[in-house]
Every structure is written in structure tokens, then in C-alpha cells.
Design a protein around this ligand. Sequence first.
Ligand SMILES: Cc1cc2nc3c(=O)[nH]c(=O)nc-3n(C[C@H](O)[C@H](O)[C@H](O)COP(=O)(O)OP(=O)(O)OC[C@H]3O[C@@H](n4cnc5c(N)ncnc54)[C@H](O)[C@@H]3O)c2cc1C
Length: 758
Amino acid sequence: MTKNGQNIYMIGISGMGMCPLAIYLAQSGCNVTGMDDNMQPGVADILKRNKVKIDCSKQIPEACDCIIYSSAIDLTSKIFVHAKERGIPFIRRGDYLAQIANNKKLIAVVGSHGKTTTTAMLVHALNASKFNFSFFLGALFCNPKIFPARHSPSDWIVAEVDESDGSIDSFCPEITLVINFDWDHPSHYTSVEDLEKTFYNLSTRTRRLVLIPENCPYLQKLVRNGLPCDFRTYGLDGDYGGTFHFNSQGNTKLSTYGLLPRIECDIPNKGLFNAHNGLAALSVVHFLLNNLIEEPFEGFSGVKRRQELLYESQNFMVMMDYAHHPAEIEALLNYVCSRSNRPCVIVFQPHRYSRTQAYYKDFVQVLNKADRVILLPVYAASEPWLEFGTSQMIADNFDGPSGKLKLIDYERQQLFKTLPSSGAQETMNLLFVGAGDIELLALEYKKYLGWADWWQSFLNKIDVGTKVAENEPLASKTTMRLGGSARFYIEPVSLDDLIRAVKGAYTVECPIFILGRGSNLIVPDEGFEGLVIRLNHSHWKEIRDLGGGRIWVGAGARLKEICGYACKSGLAGFEFLEGIPGSLGGSLRMNAGAMGGWLFDVIESIKCITLDGHIKEFFKEDLNLGYRFCKNLENSFAIGAILKSSEIQHQEVIRQKLNLFATKRKSTQPREPSAGCVFKNPEGDYAGRLIEASGLKGFSVGAAEVSSIHCNFIINKGGATSNDVVELIRTIQDRVHKTSGVFLEPEVLFLGKNWDKG
Ligand SMILES: Cc1cc2nc3c(=O)[nH]c(=O)nc-3n(C[C@H](O)[C@H](O)[C@H](O)COP(=O)(O)OP(=O)(O)OC[C@H]3O[C@@H](n4cnc5c(N)ncnc54)[C@H](O)[C@@H]3O)c2cc1C
């Protein structure tokens, strides 16, 4: 089996079966490297802390003795061809786990629902009883300090054994703890009898004891027919007896009897099903140790995605749960509804087409128990699409009141629009339910609520004069005059308020965008889910003479004002900025330029606020600058700068130069709303020339049009949308690429988005 120093490569390492196995192997002295197309940051962190190397290059490492792969991985992929060529054996995760477990004394936790929570409770109670053992858990503990697996030299090992992919058939446990039985995984077990046989066969391979719940009809049937092994029951009338008492906060006390010594202990997880899970875990503990401590679950942190409380205010609770079978959803709803009579809203992402096809009627029935249902598309989990296994099937058969169920796309913005934007005033229990990637939406929503709370407390602290707004329209604050609103908007009156806003938003991970004059910007139609800061108060527009041809300019000042001030003061060298309609801050970020010069030609130093709210000064020589960028300002915001004139000249000379540049602009640029040059000029050429040569002069999408005066300008003829502009930009890029082989890179920015991703 596993040998110290063995080199193991794991494919799909981010999954909740693979990650614990990787940790176990690394702790046992193997060199583990893993890859995953969808590496979750939290998992990556835990793996690294266990010295597991992550290498997502899809290259099998030089030194590799064995490949372990998740059952979600496609065996026809190239990597397995390479493995075969190199003669490297590869094995499914479940089968590898069975090999490890069969060399030890395995306590297998099996059943259709609640394996992970029960295993976690068992691990906790055994730890608390000072028992030495290895374990594997199929999820992360809520406490990030506890890893989901442990290697120990002890003979004993605790693992949840998954029946979904059939690898359960390879296990020979010492003790099997069955927590319940229900038909699931219809893609693997085509009938309930198939699954029954699997559980039956597992008990025949169990060496010492099978523990079963006394109230499970299927398991009772097995007992009546004669179980071919030693078994005991647990439950109200079980050999290991227990009764449960629930208080009004939903907390549970367990009183034990029968083969168990009489104790009264707290069950940390909520709901009747978890009370049963707790009793099941304690039955194993007592069978092994012949002893129970007073509070075996004290300090239990819980398991992620199992009744995980994401948010709680006086009348509003948000919970995430892994339930994905109708029975699990029913148990969850029963618990939540019994806990309070607030309306219950469920956001449900069905898991696998095969399960949805098999149980859509049960889903309809159980979802109808909630007060409102938001249904997301099925999470396929690498299954092929099935016509009768989609969420539409549930929606079409839903027989609750009309409007109660809404089927929406898996799309953050669409979902959040249907949910409360703040927890403060709401009365509701909101559940994010499913085993797919709904977790990501739930965690984002948690952040989203955190922003609303932060915003409310921020409003209580700001100085008089600071302008604040929610859902502030941005179109009128840009020269393109289109796009949606900012969720939070502030025009600070002081540095203190700016720091407060930046620090606060940073703490709750609310995205911040600093807006200048909006003259190089496309605002998406759907707006910006974050904080927009605009240095529009006179505080940020100061222009002050520092002597010696140097001036201090606040980041909110317009380039036009700088030119005017410089002209009056006889300071030459700024004239090329005439007619660029930006603020100093935005122009620093863009390193704006014209007539052969760019802004940083006249900059001595800039003063910034960092993303976490600290003030920093950069000198020109420390900056990473280039054509239309200043890298340092991608991660900090300018609050002002010192500008230096090239020479002192007579006002009139400067004015003539300004007039000349202004006239030139007027004749070469359109007057309609625009965002200036859309594309950067490619090396040695002009984007405008290439666009004109491609035949797109005057071409339009909706109300967005390629200007006939200057083809590198897109104008808004009135009522254009950001979608029009994006489509036009893509069309230009395609056409120019086809006609000239040049790929034009946008110069304009797309607020909150990346042009690559659209
Ligand atoms: C008619 C027209 C003509 C133009 N001509 C030219 C030209 O000749 N040369 C040229 O270079 N550009 C030109 N532009 C484009 C544009 O005016 C410049 O890029 C300008 O510098 C942008 O400044 P802004 O304040 O409008 O920035 P915005 O468009 O508001 O923002 C641009 C970027 O700067 C960031 N930003 C804003 N304020 C700050 C701050 N305080 N600190 C850090 N980052 C900040 C924003 O977050 C954003 O990333 C033209 C635009 C138009 C509409």
C-alpha cells in the first residue's frame, strides 16, 4: 500500500473526496501533487498547509508512481493516454481509499443522507474521548484549523463510505454504521433493489458489528430476513437507546439509555435527523470504548455546507445546506419551519440530471412546503444532459400557487435581484440548498448582505457634506452617457471620509471603483455591484502653487482647469492636455496623452490611497508606466499629484498653443457623446485608420456608431446601451483582424468587467 516517499499524482484534487485523501497521503509521507480545473481557493490553502503540491499544468510530474483520479474525471482524457504510455498505474479514489481502509480496522459510516455530519460528529466524539485513529471526512470542518483527514499509525480508521460510484463494493469494514437508507444515485443503481443488495453485501463483509437505526423500514426488512452478521440497533427503542428534547431555540438534548450509560448531552447540530446522527455516533463510541464522556460533542465546529449559518439578524436567517435528495430537503425544511414561523424561501440547485429525472415529482412535492422557491438550473456534475432531467421538469410540474416558484439562470445578478438586499428589515428564513456550485452564490450573497450592513454603519459616521447614495445612476457622470447604477455611491468631502469608505469596503470585500469624469469608460447596463467613489467635491480640486514651476493638483481637478491655471500663471508644458475631458486622477491612471506628450512627462510625484486605506506617495521613477497605463494605480487611487512645468512663458504664447490644439481637436473629433478613442493604437499604426480601411466607417449596432469623423470613436446617437457598444467593439475587432491581421486592444475601460470575459 502507501509507502513513505511514494510519488502520487491526483487528478481532480479539489473535490471533497480527493482533498482529504491527499492530506492523508501527504501526512503518511507520500509526495503528493494534484491538479484540478476548478481549484477552490479554500481547498488549495488546506492542501498547501499539508505540503500537497498544486500543479494545474495537466502534465504528469516526472516522478510519479501512481495516479489517483476522482470519479468525476473523464477517463478518455489525454492525461490517461500519457499515463498508459509511461506505464503509470491509475486508480479511482474510492478504490484507493478501500485499499488503505482494508489494511486497517475501518469504521465505515454509510447511508443515504447525513454521512458527512455523522462522520464529523463521530470523529469529534472519539477525539474528545482521547481515542487514537485516522480519518477521512467528505467535507471541510467549519473550523479551518481542523483538517478533513488525519493519518495516524493506529490500526483504526474512520471514513464515510460513499455508495454513489459503486466503490463501496471494495470495502470490508470492522464496524459499519448505517444511518439510513433511501434510493439515490439512479444513474448507478437502476432500482432500489440494486442499492439494497449493495448495503446487504457490505454487511456480509463487515467483520465485527453493523449498527442500524431501529426505525428504518428497509433495515427492519433486512433484519427480518436475517442479517448475516452481528448487528445492534440504535434509536428510541434501539439497543443503544436515546430520546431527544428540543428547546425553543432549536437546540437538542439527548438522553441515553439501553446499552449506553445514562447521560444527558447537547447535540450541536439542529433538527431531528441530526439528533439521530448524534446517537448513531455515540453508539459507535461506546461500542469501541465501553465508555461515554459527559459532553462528547462540546466544541464541535460543524461542517461546511451542512446547516451552515451564513447570516443572522433579528428576523432574517440565511443558511446553506448540502441537501440534494427530496428526503434531505424535507428534513431541512421541517427543521427550519419548526424553528420559526417566518416565511421560508428556498433557492435550490438540483444536482445531476439523472436524479432530477428520477425524483422530479418528489422535488415538486417537497419544494411546495417552502413559501417561495427559486429554482436554478441543474448542476450536471459531469453527467450528460437529459431532456426529462432538467429544472424545467420541476417547474413544469410544480402545482403550487402561481408565482410561488421561479426558475432563473445561474447568474449572480439575476438571483440577487430576487433576494433581499439587506438583512436589517427582512423577516425570512432563506435557504441555499444543493450539492453543486450553489455554494459560490451563497457565499457571494453572504458578502452582499455584509456590504449592506457595512454601508448602514458607514452612513452613521460620515462628515456633513459628503454625498452618499444607493443605486446612483452613472450614465450622466460619463461622457458616453449610458449604463446602469452603482449600488453604493459616495462623493467624500474629506480625506477622513475617503479613508473610512475605502477601509470599510475593503474589510467587507466590497469592490471599489473610483470614477473620474467618466470620459474613458463604458458602464455596463446592469450597473456596478459595489462602491463607486468620485472625488467631485471642491476639496479634491485644489490647484496650489508650490513655487519653482511646481503645482499641487487634487485628483478631482479637470485637465482643462490645470491648463487654465497654468496659462494664467505662465507655466508652460501642459498645453498638450487641452481638450482631454478627464480629471487628473483618471488621466494619471490612463497616462493620458496627446500631441506627442503624455501626462507623466509633467508629473513629479503622486499621492495615493491604497486599497486597504493607507496613504502612500510614489515618485515618478518608482512607477510602472506605459502607453495608456500606470500599473500602480490599478491597485491604489490617486488623491493628488505634484506637476512640474517645463518652462516659464508668457501667458499669450501659452494661450495661442492651447487655442491651436483646441481647434485641431474640434475639426478631427466628433461632438456626440463618446468615450474618446476606443482602441489603443497598435505599434506603428493607427486604430482609426485600420477601422476605416476595414469598411466600418459609420457602421452601427443599435444606437452605437463608428464615427464618420474619426473611426476610433464610437458615438452614442441617443439611447445606446452598453450591449450595443460591446457588440460593436467585438465586430470591429473581428473585422480589423480579418482585413489587416491586427488585433485591436480596447483603450476604454469596462466598469467592473474585463474585456476578455465581456
Ligand atoms: C472627446 C474625448 C476626447 C479624448 N481625448 C483623449 C486624448 O486625446 N488622449 C487621451 O489619452 N485620452 C483621451 N480621451 C479619454 C479620456 O478623456 C482620458 O483617458 C482621461 O484621462 C480619463 O479621465 P477620467 O477622469 O474621465 O477617467 P475615468 O474615465 O473616470 O476613469 C478612467 C480610469 O481611471 C480610473 N481613475 C479615475 N480616477 C482615479 C483616481 N483618482 N485614481 C486612480 N484611478 C482613477 C478609473 O477607475 C478608471 O479605471 C478622450 C475622451 C473623450 C470623450
